[in-house]
Structures are given as C-alpha cells and as structure tokens.
Design a protein. Sequence first.
Length: 176
Amino acid sequence: MSCLILIGMMGAGKTTVGKELARRRRMRFADCDQAIVARTGVSIPTIFELEGEAGFRRRETQMIDELTREPDLVLATGGGVVVTPLNRELMRERGIVIYLDVPTQVLFERTRHDRNRPLLQVENPRQRIEELHRARDPLYRETAHIILAGGRGNPCNMVRQIEEALARYKADTCRP
Ligand SMILES: Nc1ncnc2c1ncn2[C@@H]1O[C@H](COP(=O)(O)OP(=O)(O)O)[C@@H](O)[C@H]1O
Ligand SMILES: O=C(O)C1=C[C@@H](OP(=O)(O)O)[C@@H](O)[C@H](O)C1
Ligand SMILES: [Mg+2]
C-alpha cells in the first residue's frame, strides 16, 4: 500500500505516534528529520545554524521526495514540511496524509523543555507556536486526506483513532 504520512505542528506527536502506528500495521517507519540527521551526521539545530532554515528546507524536500517513493512506509514529517509547495504536492500524490491537529497549549507543554527545535528557541515560544499554527493550519488542512482533531489520548489511543479514521476514509473512497 502507499505511504501513510503524518503532518502537524511541532509536538503534535508525529514521531511518537508514527512509530507506534508502523509497529501496529507491520509497516516500515521513517522520520524525515531523523533521516536528515543520519545523512548529514549533524543535528537539526546545527543544520539551521550552518545553512539557515532555507538550507534545511532544501534537504527536507529532497528527503521527502526520496522517502515517499517507497511503499508500505509510515512517514513522520517535520512540522514545517507544508510550507514548501512541492512537498505538499508530493505528499498528497504519494500517500494518505493525516493531520494531527493538536491545541497550541498542548503543543507548548510538550515542547517547552526541548532544545532540539531551533524555531522555538525564542523569548516567547508560546507566541511563536501560535503564530506558526495560524500560518500553517490552512496548509495542513489543504494537504491532508484525513484530519484528526483534538489530539486527545496517549500515543496508543491516537493510533487507534488513526486506524478507525483510515478505515472510514477507505470505505468512503472505495464507494462507487
Ligand atoms: N499522544 C501523546 N500523548 C502524550 N504525549 C505525547 C503524545 N504524542 C507525543 N507526546 C510527547 O510529546 C513530545 C513531542 O512528541 P513528538 O513525537 O516528538 O512530536 P512531533 O514529532 O510531532 O514534533 C514527546 O515528548 C512525546 O513523548
Ligand atoms: O515546525 C518546523 O518548522 C520544524 C519542526 C521539526 O520537526 P517536529 O515537528 O518533529 O518537531 C523540525 O523539522 C525542525 O525543527 C523544523
Ligand atoms: Mg518529530
């Protein structure tokens, strides 16, 4: 089957939930950020420092293109994947795209102690999350085939919700 691609803001749970979803469905798992780190041998903050956000985005597009050619893959993307129009097109064409839509307060709580997200290393990360969410939410919505609102529940519970949504989506799209 084609890829299952998770999109959503930093802290939405794409990496955590994606891994569990792959395990449950016996699919392979890849995380775009982890793949970039493995290829370059340096951390995401270091790439931002050396090449700026624009450099990171170029690497991200190349990695999305490579990874989405493989079938049977659950792909966790980085939160900013949707800002690049080509990524939106590639993801929609090559997989079923699932938006984990999580309230900004929850995103803030989950990311506040993590230094690995360069875009949140600012004086007011809560405000940054709100701004990014406002700008990106329409892009997540236009890219997604499935939107899971609320983000309630632990990762296993989220996987269950995704599986139910996938079953509904497939039943709807198969109907003549
Ligand atoms: N459904 C969830 N319930 C509670 N905590 C979660 C959930 N999903 C993720 N987390 C926690 O939130 C943090 C960010 O999750 P992560 O998977 O890295 O998000 P993303 O890849 O979308 O940025 C991690 O500490 C993770 O353990
Ligand atoms: O939202 C963003 O622009 C980013 C999200 C990060 O991934 P997560 O969403 O997994 O944190 C990572 O790709 C990079 O720090 C940029
Ligand atoms: Mg992640």
